[in-house]
Design a protein around this ligand. Structure first.
Ligand SMILES: [Zn+2]
Length: 55
């Protein structure tokens, strides 16, 4: 997905694995941008289809 803040493009799987040590819960659903570190909710599947980004 693409970070809405800095525009960095990364894989959701990649970003989610970085949040496994989250103290709040085990593996929250937020996606953390590896570039700027902002948390954002995962994109809905239809949005991905729309942009043809694949995974
Ligand atoms: Zn970012």
């Amino acid at each position: 997905m693409k970070c809405s803040l800095c525009g960095y493009v990364f894989r959701e799987e990649e970003a989610q694995s970085g949040c496994k040590s989250c103290p709040m819960m085990q593996g929250c659903k937020l996606i953390k941008c590896p570039n700027c570190g902002i948390d954002s909710p995962p994109e809905p599947k239809w949005a991905k289809h729309l942009r043809r980004e694949g995974e």
